[in-house]
Design a protein around this ligand. Structure first.
Ligand SMILES: *Cc1c(COP(=O)(O)O)cnc(C)c1O
Length: 408
């Protein structure tokens, strides 16, 4: 095995090699890489290097010596390759929510005189909260419509469209090219949230004409709990747009300590405060594994995995009353599969008892992420098996599962 990892031959499944790079606890089947990606061995080592050597020995000298000063841009360009963005358009910093606030406000200000932010009513809640707040601060209103209908409601009143690329509950993929085209026809801009697509499927931001995008560092990118998120602004907008959070790290010359704010000429203008150095160093190292496989190969494998689980579900689980709420058509399906069941919460608890980890989203969505870098087809089969057995045994029917906990 060690020899294979050192000298990969064309006959070795590249995903066996990527799987071997993660520290997966024995006996655990992990279907939650879409919510918190697992630890890799390289990251374990990087955490030691960044603390002991770069911080411990290097102290403040590491801002130059260990290139802490350019981490957001370097991580950003790395993520850019995964989401189809040419260099110089992505920075890694802050949380997805904060980046969404910055991107949405910047976009809204590029379209003065228009009245509306259009978004999907079923969006991830933080996106809706942020959209509401941006609207309040910029004097706009939010119009909610089902995601698929967004292109049909656009007109001259619309400043910005905000869309999640992949629905966090159902895994439905929305068409970025079509939405960008419709937004631009109406004179509006498109802001996209890639939290459930970055690292799992091609996003082709440049090719699709997306104006701004944000996404998450701790899901398919495996950057660790609370990892920095990212922000993309298309090159054509960078010089004319402004971050609403003018902090010194977004300044053209932060270390001149000038009194007035002059934004950096490039994408760095979306930085605000001091770089999250340790978290960025870890995220950068975590991204290394993507050097082993193309995003196209990841997408193909993802469809194999989700397809296998859906086929198994159809064959063996529908009789227990499960509904498949993810699209069965491959082209419209992201990298997780959601099943709905009235006992979904209790079933997930029993699965966890058996070392099978997915998650639950209210009211009755059982969510299983299939991360091609480490999940296998055998695991997909085993998941079907375990659910089938739990239903046969009525093992979900336990009093302790009646009580819901936070953070599931
Ligand atoms: C996970 C997720 C987020 C996370 O936001 P944070 O501010 O980074 O916690 C935001 N939006 C969507 C759609 C998500 O799935």
């Amino acid at each position: 095995m060690a020899e294979q990892a050192a000298f990969p031959s064309p006959h070795v499944d590249p995903f066996e090699l990527t799987r071997a790079k993660f520290v997966l606890p024995p006996g655990i089947r992990y279907f939650d890489g879409n919510s918190l990606g697992p630890l890799s061995k390289a990251v374990q080592m990087q955490a030691y290097i960044s603390t002991t050597h770069e911080w411990g020995d290097g102290l403040i000298r590491s801002w130059q010596g260990a290139q802490w000063n350019t981490l957001p841009q370097r991580v950003g360009d790395h993520i850019g390759r995964l989401v189809g963005a040419a260099p110089g358009q992505v920075v890694a910093c802050d949380s997805t929510s904060v980046n969404l606030f910055k991107a949405l406000t910047a976009a809204a200000r590029l379209r003065p005189g228009r009245r509306l932010i259009v978004t999907d009513a079923a969006s991830f809640p933080t996106d809706l909260y942020i959209a509401g707040e941006v609207a309040r601060l910029t004097g706009l209103e939010v119009l909610n419509v089902p995601a698929g209908q967004i292109p049909d409601v656009l007109g001259e009143q619309v400043a910005v469209v905000l869309l999640c690329h992949v629905d966090y509950r159902t895994a439905e993929i929305y068409d970025l090219a079509r939405t960008a085209h419709a937004a631009h026809e109406a004179g509006a801009l498109l802001v996209v949230d890639l939290s459930h697509s970055a690292g799992a499927l091609p996003c082709d931001l440049d090719a699709n004409g997306v104006d701004f995008a944000v996404g998450c560092g701790y899901k398919y990118l495996n950057g660790g709990p609370g990892a920095p998120a990212f922000l993309y602004a298309a090159a054509r907008h960078i010089r004319e747009c402004e971050s609403p959070l003018a902090g010194w790290f977004g300044h053209a010359t932060p270390f001149d300590f000038t009194e007035s704010y002059v934004p950096a000429p490039g994408i760095e203008r979306f930085l605000c405060g001091t770089n999250q150095v340790l978290a960025l160093s870890i995220l950068l190292r975590a991204l290394e594994v993507f050097g082993e496989v193309s995003i196209g190969a990841i997408r193909a494998r993802s469809l194999e995995l989700t397809g296998r689980f859906i086929a198994g579900t159809q064959e063996r689980l529908l009789r227990h009353g499960f509904l498949i709420s993810s699209p069965q058509e491959a082209a419209r399906r992201g990298s997780h599969v959601s099943l709905r069941h009235p006992q979904g919460y209790a079933i997930m608890q029993e699965l966890a008892q058996r070392g099978v980890i997915g998650d639950f989203r209210t009211p009755d969505f059982m969510r299983f992420g299939f991360a091609p870098l480490f999940n296998t087809l055998e695991e997909a089969d085993e998941l079907v098996d375990q659910i089938d057995r739990i239903m046969e045994e009525r093992a979900w029917d336990k009093p302790q599962y009646a009580q819901r906990r936070d953070f599931t």
